[in-house]
Design a binder for this molecule. Sequence first.
Ligand SMILES: Cc1ncc(COP(=O)(O)O)c(C=O)c1O
Length: 390
Amino acid sequence: MKDETILNHDEAKDQYGAIVAPIYQNSLFRFKDWDSIDKAFDHKTEDYIYSRLMNPTVREAEDKIAAICRGEKAKLCGSGMAAISSAVLHCVKANGHIVTVKNVYGPSNNFFNKYLKQKFNIETSYVEGKKIEDFQNAIRPNTQLIYLESPASLTMELQDVQAVANLAKQKGIKTVIDNTWASPIFQKPLEMGIDIEVHSASKYLGGHSDLVAGVIVSSKQIVDQIISAEHELLGAKMAPIEGWLILRSLRTLPLRMKAMMETTIEIAQFLEAHDRVKKVHYPGLKSFDQYELGKRQMTGYGCLLSFELVTSNLDSIKAFVNALKLFSLGVSWGGHDSLVYAPVISYLKELPKERFEEMGISPSVIRLSIGLEHVTDLKNDLNDAFSAIK
Ligand SMILES: Cc1ncc(COP(=O)(O)O)c(C=O)c1O
């Protein structure tokens, strides 16, 4: 079935005929006798025992996400970072090595570079990732994981997902991709040979800026291993109400993605033509240097873009951001509401200046998350804010 049908058709399985899955807001499940609970423990990852491991409401959403990702099984987690750390821990061992991209999401970077390094002596190599040779050259005898984020969520560089998956398979290295930007609607990395796909479901899958969640999608074997190790032991579970909210949001995911993509392309073109803008980073623009690769491996584009203002004067950048009325200033992205963020606010606090430069990020970079408002209003708001730049 197509994604739209998977997300909007449910089997009639509720005993009262409820058309929408109920919220099973319970911590544990009752068993009729000794033998039945004994049996459930033998199949711990398939039976409902305790909501830390599995809950029927959360399971409904997991089954739909697994299906649209063309994976065998999905596990929803309490945040994107819970999904990422669980998936990565599944793939690595002490004294190992990870290859990732230089512009990987900040907390994922901290997890590799600080946490795994200090606790388990796992080293991480950063590559630009635009060429397959970047990965080939970085692989060491102890490389256990290649971790992708394509497109990366700030400067939007892509990696050739299929080529990296093939390379990793030849070398016996596991692959994980953060597929949050493209969403399961526009990119299917498991079909391209990636082992594990992760998402921050706080973005499009939730879609309404009202929850924090994450998801891991892979083969049944890998997801079951993660459920009974990292997910159970670190307690990365999702609350039933959040599973239900995601289930509801998934119904409109294809429609939201299409509408937001159309608006984002129009905004990106508008920015590209504006005299206060130096450069726009958006894989959906024909001028984007990896446009052809994007077209080959994605069927559409996400709603997050960044651009560089012509000025790098901090007061002018501040004046622009503060003048926006429809774009709320805040972190995160992928919801119904348009947002603006200037990475320089946090990056200069979190990273040494050299790392900022190494990542190729100029202080004048502004990130926009485009929501479901009307494109004309958003363009007018941007236009007015550009006039505030001295
Ligand atoms: C690309 C990307 N991956 C992962 C995450 C982490 O997800 P969460 O905030 O749900 O833990 C984020 C959050 O902003 C993100 O932008």
